[in-house]
Design a protein around this ligand. Structure first.
Ligand SMILES: Nc1ncnc2c1ncn2[C@@H]1O[C@H](COP(=O)(O)OP(=O)(O)OP(=O)(O)O)[C@@H](O)[C@H]1O
Ligand SMILES: [Mg+2]
Length: 279
């Protein structure tokens, strides 16, 4: 594992003194080159974690480090240069009248010089395939295009980690795939860490590691394969397993015994093929 970029140390959080704790004693680390998915039922604390990561909220107990920097009022601007965030609804994120202005906004805010700004705007819009839309009005774009622009705006800041909080939830399956492809290529190009918060199991199985949240507590963390092996536990906390995992389970029940734990279509096909050719 590369050095840790984000570290939660025994973090607890509540939205006010008389409110219940929504995060309790949460600890984990995310490496600087890693893709981590966070899953959990509605209200389990995922978005709160995201907001704590870039100083939109501050922990009442414990400590959060970003690139070794403790996140607090004095460090938020440093932290926000390192942590880029894309939310579910892009409309709430647009501030500019054109796509270009919108990407420029975050850069101006961070005092980036004009020359450098133009370069980064061009580069990031290009990376998400939205260069031709630079002069378009953001609110007239499709949902998928809006999310691309939101990603470009975040990319332009050149963060060390991008957090996607249900950023593909409003898109159709094809739109989701395209956004995830874009994000993955950005991740690769820039060698970033990626944190995806999602209910989409196809996205979860692509991550390198999964953090499972339940009622504000970190239940366990493991590779997607190992997470989805624990089907009963997941069911108990109201989480689904990928179609292929369920399919394999049903096949097993009916006497088609697969040796592995396929978590995507390719693996399932491979398993079935091996079984067939060994008959
Ligand atoms: N601004 C707020 N004020 C008070 N309580 C809040 C606020 N935002 C969230 N909560 C509560 O904190 C808990 C955790 O919410 P959070 O948004 O982190 O969950 P989540 O896992 O992201 O859920 P979802 O899957 O629905 O997005 C929930 O019980 C929620 O009702
Ligand atoms: Mg949420």
């Amino acid at each position: 594992m590369e050095k840790s970029l984000i570290e939660f140390r025994n973090v607890s959080f509540r939205y006010g003194e008389n409110q219940p704790w929504v995060l309790e004693n949460v600890s984990f680390q995310i490496a600087s080159d890693e893709w981590v998915a966070i899953i959990g039922h509605n209200g389990s604390g995922k978005s709160t974690i995201a907001k704590l990561m870039n100083g939109l909220l501050f922990a009442q107990e414990g400590e959060i480090l970003v690139d070794g920097l403790p996140v607090n009022e004095n460090t938020i601007w440093e932290v926000r240069k390192k942590v880029g965030m894309v939310f579910q609804n892009p409309d709430n994120q647009f501030v500019g009248t054109t796509v270009r202005d919108d990407v420029a906004f975050g850069l101006e805010n961070r005092g980036v010089q004009r020359e450098e700004m133009l370069k980064r705007m061009e580069e990031s819009l290009n990376a998400v395939g939205m260069k031709e839309y630079a002069l378009h009005e953001p609110h007239r774009l499709s949902g998928g295009q809006k999310q691309r622009v939101a990603i470009a705006s975040v990319m332009a800041i050149s963060p060390d980690v991008i957090i996607l909080d249900e950023a593909t939830a409003m898109l159709d399956p094809k739109g989701r795939q395209e956004i995830m492809k874009t994000v993955q290529s950005v991740k690769k190009q820039k060698n970033l860490a990626l944190v995806t918060i999602t209910h989409d199991l196809n996205e979860v199985v692509q991550a390198e590691r999964v953090i499972v949240m339940n009622q504000g507590k970190l239940l366990f963390e493991a590779s997607p394969r190992d997470v989805f092996k624990r089907k009963a536990e997941l069911r108990e906390i109201g989480l689904d397993t990928p179609f292929t995992a369920k399919m394999a389970e049903e096949l097993n029940k009916r006497g088609v015994v697969l040796t592995g734990e396929p978590i995507n279509h390719e693996e399932l096909l491979e398993e079935l093929w091996t079984l067939h050719s060994n008959r």
